[in-house]
Design a protein around this ligand. Structure first.
Ligand code: PLP
Length: 366
């Protein structure tokens, strides 16, 4: 029985093997291991392909959010609205700068941030909101921006899972003050290690960000303010530039595969992108009533799957000191035990999908 992986990074590497080797060799010959020409080139190319005025590669997607918060002067005592259903890092960055993450419930319909609940949680300390384009499905950015205007909130878009996604024809990450990206190896565009990106339409913010990630440097020896070291490696810049040449094609394939899954999973609840969006399907998520049983069957059948994410933030041990506990967020807590991420990657074949669907249908209860 052929094993079906959850994703297959090996095939991506194989398809670009000589290009990747040449690009990495260049960096070695130039000995520009930190930032340097390969990263500068990637910065330009990523902006051109994704869209956005200013941007810079950085160490990873978590520190991209940390730096964004610093650039917006958010710190101790400030409150930041964060969706309760997201990857832990979205809230972690808020804590890292000394601010307080305020968890927002998700909606029954789209399983995205409930903006009415967000509005109820605004206090005079609330400084920002972080919409997350989770799974590569854009949040309704005009509604998020309207809420932000009404309550004078800064907006950081967590685009870690949403490279090339659009809302109303405009790239995600360009609606708010700052957009942040992750190139963790398993993301739609993945490095050979940790890497991230920070995007903004504001030149002043951009200048601060560029310096902040490089020790607050003005030039080699002059430090204008206290920043930190959140730079991207030269090798990652070279790898990312090379893989970027295929990102549009891979993304299109993700959309085709998602459509094929949608059609073969009629009768089950799957996540649907909003009509105004161009989704990029980082993951393909389906809801089931008997997840344990489905996962056991997949295991016996040699099919890999995942859960993103099984524990909502309010039920995470780390959130207990902030006053959160299980039972406070009924919609996210009903959703988390039901979700299953099916095998999903651009190189997936029709035969592989057919087998996943057959095994799934044989056991999964809607
Ligand atoms: C991956 C991810 C991050 C963190 O990115 P890293 O590069 O792993 O630090 C943040 N937010 C979301 C939604 C993510 O998926």
């Amino acid at each position: 029985m052929e094993a079906i992986p959850f994703m297959d990074l090996g095939q991506q590497i194989k398809s670009l093997e000589s290009e990747l080797n040449a690009a990495m060799q260049d960096v070695l010959m130039q000995k520009s291991f930190i930032q340097g020409p390969a990263v500068e080139r990637f910065n330009k190319e990523f902006l051109r392909l994704h869209g956005g005025a200013f941007g810079v590669g950085c160490a990873n997607g978590t520190s991209a959010i940390t730096v964004a918060l610093r650039a917006l002067n958010i710190g101790p005592g400030d409150e930041v609205l964060v969706p309760n259903h997201t990857f832990f890092a979205t809230a972690e960055a808020v804590v890292e700068v000394g601010a307080i993450p305020v968890l927002v419930e998700i909606t029954r319909e789209h399983r995205q941030m409930n903006l009415k609940d967000a509005a109820k949680r605004v206090t005079d300390k609330t400084k920002a909101i972080i919409p997350v384009h989770l799974y590569g499905l854009p949040e309704p950015m005009d509604q998020v921006m309207a809420l932000a205007r009404e309550h004078k909130l800064r907006v950081i878009e967590d685009c870690a899972q949403a490279q090339l996604a659009k809302w109303n024809g405009k790239p995600v990450g360009t609606f708010g003050d700052i957009g942040t990206f992750s190139f963790y190896p398993g993301k739609n565009l993945g490095a050979f290690g940790d890497a991230g990106f920070i995007l903004t339409e504001d030149q002043k913010l951009f200048e601060f960000i560029q310096r902040y990630i490089n020790h607050g440097r003005q030039d080699k020896y002059r430090h204008e303010f206290f920043g930190s070291n959140y730079r991207m490696d030269g090798l990652q810049g070279a790898v990312l530039s090379t893989k970027l040449t295929k990102l549009a094609e891979w993304t299109e394939r993700r959309r085709e595969l998602a459509k094929a899954y949608d059609e073969s999973l009629k009768g089950y609840r799957v996540l649907k992108p909003r009509a105004e969006s161009v989704p990029v399907y980082h993951l393909y998520v389906v809801e089931v009533a008997n997840r344990e049983e489905v996962m056991e069957t997949f295991k016996k059948e040699n099919i890999e799957c995942g859960v993103h994410y099984p524990i909502p933030l309010n039920a995470q041990p780390a959130f207990a000191p902030l006053g959160y506990r299980a039972g406070q967020y009924p919609v996210s807590e009903e959703f988390a035990p039901r979700i299953l991420s099916l095998p999903f990657f651009p190189e997936m074949t029709v035969e592989q999908m057919q087998r996943v669907v057959k095994v799934f249908r044989g056991v999964a209860k809607a």
